[in-house]
Ligand binder design. Structure first.
Ligand SMILES: Nc1nc2c(ncn2[C@@H]2O[C@H](COP(=O)(O)OP(=O)(O)OP(=O)(O)O)[C@@H](O)[C@H]2O)c(=O)[nH]1
Ligand SMILES: [Mg+2]
Length: 353
């Protein structure tokens, strides 16, 4: 009887929006990048800000924007696993946020506690809920040595749980002047969000669009996003070469199997310049077996920007940030605490007998 009433009630509830696309910003970097993406309007249905720090959530809640505060208290002790543990109390909320969506972009910086703790957790829940997850992660600067370990261990978890990982090396964002770090972050976030909104948007002179983007990044291996800029005579080729050079610093270019090259320039860019940039890409990446998609938009003024997504890399330099993974290689740790305790206990008992 009760279930009949429930079924009748369900008829009155709106059906879940199975076509919904979400973008979730996690932690300080994630929330900042998301707010740039929201201003650039990447055309997703909902923007969700998630953090343990109220300062990241100061953006007013309007329209298709929501937020989730994970309260870890003020004792100053926090690690990614601690944050993940605290978030267990809000599992229902997190799950209902991801349920029914077709696709979710999870955006965070790795190396701190919040982004490193929650990005893999949200990816795992998305997987359990059947939602496709594309993670976009900003990796710490080379000089942020204390953040490398958490960044490396979190990246490994992220990769295990999501459909695609797009890695952004903060060291490789074009930054010609010596500028304060806060200004650098604003500039980097602007470049990242302009690059992503250009790629996702299906307008522009030669568009890429969401489906091509997701299909390219969702295959095997890592995707590295790099950006090159140039104002010289051969600006398309030079900007592309600069974007490729960043890949050399992050991974093994021969491993690349797919790429998207998106050029943002002025109205004068000729088709032959796109062709030259593409052949440049072919000689520098993927041993001549690279599947390349090109896009072009004429909104860039005098400086040409080349946004490059290089997919199929088996490893990146960031894998070395997790020394345990280097030691274990393909072997797996038995991470079940109870089992290892029982094993230890049995060997002690065996010695006593
Ligand atoms: N591109 C970019 N990177 C950032 C920004 N803010 C921080 N980062 C990088 O992202 C990594 C993680 O830092 P945060 O996002 O501040 O850390 P969090 O996830 O908020 O974690 P906790 O504050 O420790 O709880 C660091 O290595 C930073 O270099 C940003 O605005 N843009
Ligand atoms: Mg923070």
């Amino acid at each position: 009887m009760a279930s009949d009433v429930l079924e009748d009630l369900m008829d009155y509830l709106p059906p879940p929006n199975l076509d919904k696309i979400l973008a979730v910003g996690i932690g300080t970097a994630g929330c900042r990048i998301l707010s740039h993406l929201e201003s650039a309007d990447i055309g997703v249905d909902e923007y969700v800000y998630v953090s343990c720090d109220q300062r990241d959530l100061k953006i007013p809640i309007v329209g298709s924007r929501s937020q989730l505060f994970v309260d870890i208290g003020f004792d100053g002790k926090s690690t990614p696993s601690y944050v993940r543990g605290v978030a267990q109390r809000q599992m229902k909320e997190i799950r209902s946020m991801l349920t029914g969506a077709r696709l979710v972009f999870l955006i965070g910086g790795l190396g701190g506690s919040t982004g490193s703790g929650l990005t893999p957790l949200l990816a795992q829940i998305a997987k359990e809920e059947g939602t496709r997850a594309v993670c976009i992660v900003a990796m710490p600067f080379g000089f942020e040595k204390s953040k490398h370990f958490f960044a490396g261990t979190s990246l490994k978890r992220v990769r295990q749980n999501c459909d695609a990982v797009i890695v952004i090396d903060n060291d490789a964002i074009p930054n010609r002047e010596q500028m304060p770090i806060s200004k650098f972050y604003a500039l980097a976030n602007d470049k990242i969000s302009s690059a992503l909104s250009g790629l996702v948007s299906s307008s522009g002179e030669l568009s890429i669009g969401l489906n091509c983007l997701v299909d390219t990044v969702a295959g095997e291996g890592y995707t590295v996003m790099s950006i090159g800029e140039s104002s010289s005579v051969n600006k398309a080729e030079e900007a592309t070469t600069r974007a490729v050079e960043s890949i050399y610093r992050v991974g093994e270019p021969d491993e690349a199997s797919r790429a998207i090259l998106y050029l943002v320039g002025d109205d004068n860019l000729a088709a032959s310049e796109i062709a030259t940039s593409t052949s440049r890409l072919n000689t520098m990446l993927g041993r001549n077996a690279l599947e390349i998609h090109q896009g072009f938009s004429a909104g860039g003024g005098g400086t040409l920007t080349a946004v490059l997504l290089t997919s199929g890399l088996k490893t990146t330099k960031f894998d070395n940030y997790d020394p345990l993974a280097q030691i274990l290689k393909d072997k797996q740790l038995d991470e079940d605490m109870d089992c290892s305790l029982i094993e230890e206990l049995s060997s002690i008992l065996a010695q006593l007998e």
